[in-house]
Write a protein that binds this ligand. Structure first.
Ligand code: ATP
Length: 336
């Protein structure tokens, strides 16, 4: 196969971890080629814009992008570049896998949970935010749409079906937020009927948090609205040892962007010690998205083996290695 992807090296440790990930992707020899484009501080320095049109065009052209972490400078015109990208390409599904890897600070063995978070509306959308003149009353609007709920729930069930998963749990607060969360829950129940082979479960968000901590193995795919998904996906990352191994995909009907959840880590940028695993797991999601399921599995297996062997690990993983050596180790552990 031959597929070009747009690659944004990003800010801080971005270029270091992107280089590492591309070396692993090249070692898979699946015919991926790259068009490098800029966004964030790097783009601002070169062309005076945080999100240049050339970058937008390249993402639209190739439909798939791999993105290093971006820094949004204060006063740059965007409140968050990541939020801007989501809006620009209508990336309605934020997909965050949480998988246990050996030798990490995971709280439990064998966790494999995917959180599918609605990415464009709901309470996180922060629409209609106002603060009264006297500063005493603040409010904002929560807006969910049937279309928004339907497409995210359908995405979650389709993903479950594609990956042969057994259960989808819809997380809500419909007992209190009867209209907004109620709409989401009703839609979820209706969509679930279209997928008789996948078990459907519904759970109130506060109970979900407790259940995730006490008995996480009951979960498989979680689907939820924007703000709940923001919180739950980090909770799941905590269950498997934090953000060091947390990837994310932002998926729309046209375009998909794959990334690490962590930021640009300016404190270690340029030192050559960044851990590339979160972005590499994002690249594995990208491979699945491109239909390269075997290669995605090979990448995850290589990470698992490298961590189990504690082979040339970076300092955040308790090793004394560097990014380049760790990447060599990951490539050495790639199996067919
Ligand atoms: P930003 O403002 O871009 O989110 P931040 O420093 O607030 O940056 P992170 O970039 O997520 O937030 O970093 C939090 C901590 O985790 C930092 O100490 C950073 O060095 C560390 N860290 C984040 N990503 C990595 C990584 N890939 N490898 C090693 N350490 C990391």
């Amino acid at each position: 196969m031959s597929q070009t992807i747009a690659v944004i090296r990003g800010d801080g440790i971005g270029p270091e971890i992107v280089e590492s990930v591309l070396r692993v992707l090249d070692a898979l020899q699946v015919g991926l080629t790259y068009e490098f484009v800029e966004a964030g501080v790097a783009a601002h320095q070169h062309v005076g814009e945080l999100l240049p049109q050339a970058t937008i065009d390249a993402i639209l052209r190739h439909k798939v992008a791999l993105k290093g972490p971006l820094m949004t400078p204060v006063g740059g015109g965007f409140s968050s570049l990541n939020v801007e990208l989501r809006k620009r390409f209508d990336l309605y599904a934020n997909v965050r896998p949480a998988i246990t890897f050996p030798g990490t600070k995971a709280r439990y063995e064998d966790i494999d949970i995917i959180t599918v978070r609605e990415n464009t509306e709901g309470a996180y959308g922060s629409e209609g935010q106002t603060l009264s003149d006297d500063g005493e009353v603040a409010q904002s609007l929560i807006r969910n749409t049937r279309r928004g709920c339907e497409r995210i729930v359908r995405y979650a069930f389709d993903l479950a079906s594609k990956q042969k998963r057994r259960k989808v749990t819809a997380v809500h607060k419909a007992n209190i937020m009867k209209t907004t969360s109620g709409l989401f829950l009703n839609v979820a129940r209706n969509v679930a009927r279209e997928y008789p082979d996948i078990a459907f479960n519904e759970m109130i968000v506060d109970n979900t948090c407790m259940q995730l901590v006490m008995n996480p193995h009951q979960f498989d795919v979680i689907v939820t609205t924007n703000l709940f998904g923001d919180i739950i996906s980090d909770l799941c990352a905590g269950l498997v040892g934090g953000l060091g191994l947390a990837p994310g995909a932002n998926i729309g009907s046209e375009v998909a962007i794959f990334e690490a959840v962590h930021g640009s880590a300016p404190d270690i940028a340029g030192k050559g010690v960044a851990n590339p695993c979160a972005l590499l797991l994002g690249a594995a999601q990208m491979l699945s998205h491109l239909g390269l399921e075997d290669e995605a599995r090979r990448v995850r297996a290589a990470i698992r083996e490298t961590l189990a062997a504690r082979d040339r690990l970076t300092p955040d993983l308790g090793g004394s290695g560097n990014t380049a050596g760790f990447t060599d180790a990951l490539i050495a552990h790639l199996k067919n």
